[in-house]
Design a protein around this ligand. Structure first.
Ligand SMILES: *Cc1c(COP(=O)(O)O)cnc(C)c1O
Length: 219
């Protein structure tokens, strides 16, 4: 199937109000333009250099979501182009992003990434860290806290994936109720090509799909 057909098929499965983030990492600008011609406007990239190389030459109504681990020395490759950083995975990054935005007179939306699963290698904040950040959200006036992001354990075991989604969805609901002052806090970004249908059952408001739209990536 073509990129256009893939997008049409996935859109048909998403309930109203669920945002499709087309993850274009490792795919060329021509593939992005195919998706753009099919009406797609929200794209995700996970490597700073790749975003900085692609974004300037593409239509300016594309909204780029940064979804990868972001080192603080790479902020200037990402923040000028990003509409949202979904992968805020440490307090150190949060502080550095805020300082950069303040210096540059900018504001930015972000999601807090919850560490899910057992894999030690994976990045993300603990539940306690997320609660702490939101309790002090007014310390970060340049950041809009829009919700949570998570990547389920990379496994074929559907029960483990469900356990991850149940946990992040539960935390998201708790935090929404605890922080009515954060009006923008309404996004739950869970679900990739292999598990987005399950993620929808747990209240996903954003799904991040690469392979299902663009085909396999060549590394
Ligand atoms: C690559 C990536 C995706 C998309 O993965 P697919 O399995 O190709 O859909 C989603 N989220 C993050 C954070 C990614 O790095």
């Amino acid at each position: 199937m073509s990129v256009k057909e893939n997008i049409g098929q996935i859109r048909g499965e998403l309930p109203q109000g669920v945002e499709l983030v087309a993850v274009s990492k490792f795919h060329p600008v021509s593939a992005i333009m195919e998706a753009y011609e099919a009406g797609q406007r929200v794209f995700g990239e996970n490597r700073p250099q790749e975003l900085a190389a692609k974004a300037p030459g593409l239509p300016c109504d594309i909204r780029w979501h940064f979804i990868g681990h972001l080192q603080t020395n790479k902020l200037k490759q990402v923040l000028p182009y990003a509409h949202m950083v979904q992968s805020v995975d440490s307090l150190h990054l949060l502080e550095a992003m805020h300082a950069w935005l303040e210096r540059n007179g900018r504001k930015m939306d972000c999601l807090l990434e919850l560490h899910l699963g057992a894999e030690e290698t994976k990045t993300g904040l603990t539940e306690e860290e997320i609660r702490g950040i939101l309790a002090h959200s007014s310390d970060y006036p340049c950041l809009g806290f829009c919700g949570l992001m998570g990547m389920a354990t990379n496994t074929d075991d559907e029960q483990l994936i469900r356990a991850d989604f149940r946990r992040i969805s539960g935390l998201w609901k708790e935090l929404k109720a605890a922080h009515p002052e954060l009006e923008g806090f309404r996004e739950l970004s869970i679900g990739m090509s292999g598990d987005y249908r399950i993620a929808l059952e747990y209240g996903a408001t954003m799904v991040r799909i690469g392979t299902g739209i663009f085909g396999a990536r060549e590394y």
